[in-house]
Ligand binder design. Sequence first.
Ligand SMILES: CC(C)(COP(=O)(O)OP(=O)(O)OC[C@H]1O[C@@H](n2cnc3c(N)ncnc32)[C@H](O)[C@@H]1OP(=O)(O)O)[C@@H](O)C(=O)NCCC(=O)NCCS
Length: 218
Amino acid sequence: MNTQVHILGAGGHAAVLIATLEAKGFTVAAIYDDNPDLLNTTIMNVPVRGKVCDLPRDFSGPAAVGIGDNITRHTIVNMFPDCQWVSAVHPSAVVDPSATIGIGTVVFAGVVVQPRSVIGNHVILNTSCSVDHDCVVGDFCHLAPGVRLAGIVTVEEGVFMGIASSTIPQTKVGAWSTVGAGGVVIRDLPPRVTAVGVPVRIIKRHPDWSDNTSLINS
Ligand SMILES: CC(C)(COP(=O)(O)OP(=O)(O)OC[C@H]1O[C@@H](n2cnc3c(N)ncnc32)[C@H](O)[C@@H]1OP(=O)(O)O)[C@@H](O)C(=O)NCCC(=O)NCCS
């Protein structure tokens, strides 16, 4: 494969993203990020060529977003409606053939996705997380390293599950909510909350951010 992929946004996520893309045989051509300090540096030997906001809005090449934050990733994806968003599953990940993986979704080393699970678009399944049978993971979710979803779990759009957090079977995490590192979800969580602990308790409720289109420049 000799697809030349462009990385939009250079968060900490970008290095593992590049490693995963290269492990799948992609060539990573260049990185774009709005931090001026990164210009003309390299990440994993890939040059930072310019700002995301300098790319033409009709940019249509193969691309991936190097940002782990779900709202920022959502904003970048919506800036470039013509991009060919690349999906990649690391060779050491195990994805059952009956599971599906959406466009722009990346599955890092050591992940396991079990039968009939449906993984949405622009999702990050980070290092060694596991998604058991019949789960639904919505668009723009990020399951951090070591997350464990039991069977028949629904994680709605934009959810961030912190490192080593987990769910018991048949629970639902509401859209754009955050589960803190190590948290255990034992009953449904509503949308747009932060919940922490074992079992999780809600510590914050968040406004609907979807009208905010200026995040990319903040
Ligand atoms: C849950 C989280 C997002 C909260 O961040 P925040 O909104 O800035 O919250 P704060 O740091 O203000 O903490 C608020 C309270 O929750 C507690 N808290 C925060 N995270 C917690 C966690 N994971 N488990 C238990 N308690 C936690 C804090 O101790 C604090 O308690 P206090 O009010 O009694 O002092 C963050 O702590 C977290 O767990 N992030 C996960 C990061 C991660 O997994 N990254 C992986 C990247 S790949």
